[in-house]
Design a protein around this ligand. Structure first.
Ligand code: ZN
Length: 176
């Protein structure tokens, strides 16, 4: 591929693709030329999917999982055991656990973990909402499925103590 800068929309597309994680200059060019060769339907399906995702996807009002509705499909499912809450750091962690098919309960996404060195404290996570769910009753067990990192372990310890203080069973999920 040429190193001569392209002008106009094609260069703009390459510049946008280059901003994506794991996409270097050469990959961005390859993808841009691929899209240029694709049919209008194929190329615009990608554009539409990006637009729809940005416009429609939002956090579940109960658990902060990603959804295009008020409640995510898990919270809205009456067959799920609402007395067991599995606490995870990010929506992608929820998806990974959900893919195992082993979770019968519901989730709570913290949207991060406690990381004092990065200035991320309890107020930056969705802890108030979690407290509200536990306080509302019906919760018998909280399973702490934060990641097996130093921060994830510290977050689990923090939440475990808080939960136990309320007389609710708290357990740590086994990793690996
Ligand atoms: Zn939900």
């Amino acid at each position: 591929m040429s190193d001569v800068p392209l002008t106009g929309p094609l260069q703009r597309l390459i510049d946008e693709l280059k901003k994506l994680p794991g996409i270097g200059a050469r990959s961005a060019e390859r993808l841009a030329f691929h899209l240029l060769k694709a049919t209008p339907e194929e190329a615009l399906a990608l554009a539409d999917a990006i637009r729809a995702t940005k416009e429609q996807i939002r956090p579940c009002t109960r658990c902060f999982n990603l959804t295009d509705a008020e409640l995510c499909h898990i919270c809205a499912d009456p067959r799920r055991d609402a007395s067991t809450i599995v606490v995870v750091e990010q929506p992608k962690d929820l998806m990974a656990l959900e893919a195992t098919g082993l979770v019968t309960g519901v989730y709570h996404v913290l949207m991060g973990r406690l990381a004092p060195l990065e200035g991320i404290g309890a107020g930056d996570l969705t802890l108030d909402a979690l407290r509200g769910r536990v306080k509302a009753g019906d919760v018998r067990e909280v399973i702490l499925a934060t990641n097996p990192t130093v921060e994830g372990e510290a977050t689990a310890l923090f939440l475990g103590e808080r939960t136990a203080a309320r007389g609710i069973r708290a357990s740590r999920i086994a990793h690996g």
